[in-house]
Design a binder for this molecule. Structure first.
Ligand code: ZN
Length: 53
């Protein structure tokens, strides 16, 4: 539960191989949006599509 299949989003721009969230600190990508990056501990994790492609 709480996990989308991604089938409806597969053709959308900005979808980075099913990992649409990116940390602006270390550029790690995630399937879900973390409140803080588990890799570098940064708090600036956002959807990649917000970056304008
Ligand atoms: Zn990070």
């Amino acid at each position: 539960m709480g996990v989308f299949t991604g089938a409806n989003d597969a053709s959308r721009p900005g979808n980075l191989d099913g990992r649409p969230y990116i940390c602006m600190g270390c550029e790690a990508t995630f399937e879900v949006q973390y409140h803080s990056c588990p890799s570098c501990g940064g708090f600036d994790v956002r959807r990649a599509e917000w970056l304008g492609e």
